[in-house]
Design a protein around this ligand. Structure first.
Ligand code: AMP
Length: 281
C-alpha cells in the first residue's frame, strides 16, 4: 500500500490507472478505523481494481471545536489495518493541502441540509459536501462507498453527485454493529463499559419504534413512548424522528413502509452518537 499526502501525486497516479481502464473505488473516512470502515474496504475490493481510502479529519464539518479536538486519532494503527485489508492507496492530506486560507465556498443542499443533523450541526453538511466534492475531483472514483450509519450524509452526497454531475456510482453499505447491536463508531472509544451499555438504548429504541410502526401505531404516540424511555434511562436525546428516507422530512401519517427511516441522535457520557434504521430493509 502506498501512503500519499499530496493531491497532485494522487491525480498523476490515478490518471495512469484510468488510462488502463481500471475501476477505481474510494472509501472516505476520518480515521480511527473499525470494522465498519473495513466493511466498506471489503465491498470496494469486490468491485474495484484499485481501492483508495482517504483518512482526513475534515475541520470544516465540525461545528464544535471541542468535538474536533477530541476526535480520536490513530494514524499508525489505521495504516496498518488498511494494509492488512488490501487497500492500495491511503490518501492522508494535510489541512493546507485541502483548503485554501479563507475558503468561502458553501454548498446549499436545501431543506435536506437543514433538518435533523443539519439543524443540530449547522454548517456540518456544507463541510461534508465540500470535502467529498474535492475527493471526487481528485480521485475520480468509478464507485464510492459510504455507510448507512450516516444515512442523511448519504442522501446529501447523492444530491451532490446528481446536481454536480459527478461520474461516480454511490454504494450504501449497511451499518456494522457490535454483538449487542451498538453501531460501531470511532467515537465509541470515548465510552466506558457502562456508557456502552447505556448507548444500546439507541439500537433498542429504533427496533421498538420499528415494531410499533409495523403494528400501525400512530407516529406521535411512538415518539412520546420513546422519549420517555430516554428520559428514564437518563440519556440526553437530541432528536428521535420518523422521516422519509430520501427527503428526511418528518412523517406524520404513514402511507408506505418502503419510504421510512427512523433516525436518532443522543449524548451518552458527553459523546454524541447517531443511529438509524430503515423499515423495509
Ligand atoms: P467516519 O470515519 O466516521 O467519517 O466514517 C467514514 C465512513 O464509514 C462513512 O461512510 C460512514 O458512514 C462509514 N461508517 C462509519 N461507521 C460505520 C458502521 N458502523 N458501519 C458501516 N459504515 C460505517
Amino acid at each position: 500500500m502506498q501512503v500519499i499526502n499530496e493531491s497532485s501525486l494522487l491525480i498523476d497516479i490515478i490518471s495512469t490507472y484510468k488510462f488502463q481502464k481500471k475501476i477505481i473505488g474510494l472509501v472516505p473516512t476520518m480515521g480511527a478505523l473499525h470494522r465498519g470502515h473495513l466493511q466498506l474496504i471489503e465491498k470496494a475490493k469486490l468491485n474495484c481494481d484499485i481501492v483508495v481510502c482517504s483518512i482526513y479529519i475534515n475541520p470544516t464539518q465540525f461545528n464544535n471545536p471541542t468535538d474536533l479536538d477530541k476526535y480520536p486519532r490513530s494514524m499508525t494503527a489505521d495504516l496498518a489495518l488498511l494494509e492488512e485489508n488490501g487497500c492500495d492507496f491511503a490518501f492522508c492530506p494535510t489541512d493546507e493541502e485541502m483548503f485554501e486560507k479563507g475558503n468561502t465556498i458553501t454548498i446549499d443542499f436545501g431543506n435536506i441540509g437543514k433538518v435533523l443533523e443539519g439543524h443540530f450541526r449547522p454548517g456540518h453538511f456544507n463541510g461534508v459536501g465540500l470535502i467529498v466534492a474535492k475527493f471526487l475531483n481528485i480521485i475520480q472514483p468509478d464507485i464510492a462507498y459510504f455507510g448507512q450509519k450516516d444515512l442523511q450524509q448519504f442522501a446529501i452526497i447523492s444530491s451532490l453527485v446528481r446536481n454536480l454531475n459527478f461520474n461516480t456510482q454511490l454504494i450504501r453499505v449497511p451499518t456494522v454493529r457490535d454483538k449487542n447491536g451498538l453501531a460501531l463508531s470511532s467515537r465509541n472509544v470515548h465510552l466506558s463499559e457502562e456508557g456502552k451499555q447505556k448507548a444500546l438504548t439507541l439500537h433498542t429504541s429504533l427496533n421498538t419504534a420499528k415494531n410499533r410502526i409495523l403494528k400501525n401505531i400512530n407516529t406521535k404516540d411512538i415518539i412520546t413512548e420513546i422519549k420517555a424511555l430516554y428520559h428514564s434511562n437518563d440519556i440526553a436525546l437530541e432528536y428521535f424522528e420518523i422521516v422519509n428516507k430520501d427527503t428526511f422530512e418528518k412523517i406524520i401519517s404513514i402511507k408506505s413502509f418502503n419510504t421510512i427511516a427512523i433516525c436518532v441522535a443522543a449524548y451518552v457520557e458527553g459523546i454524541r452518537l447517531i443511529d438509524n434504521i430503515l423499515i423495509n430493509e
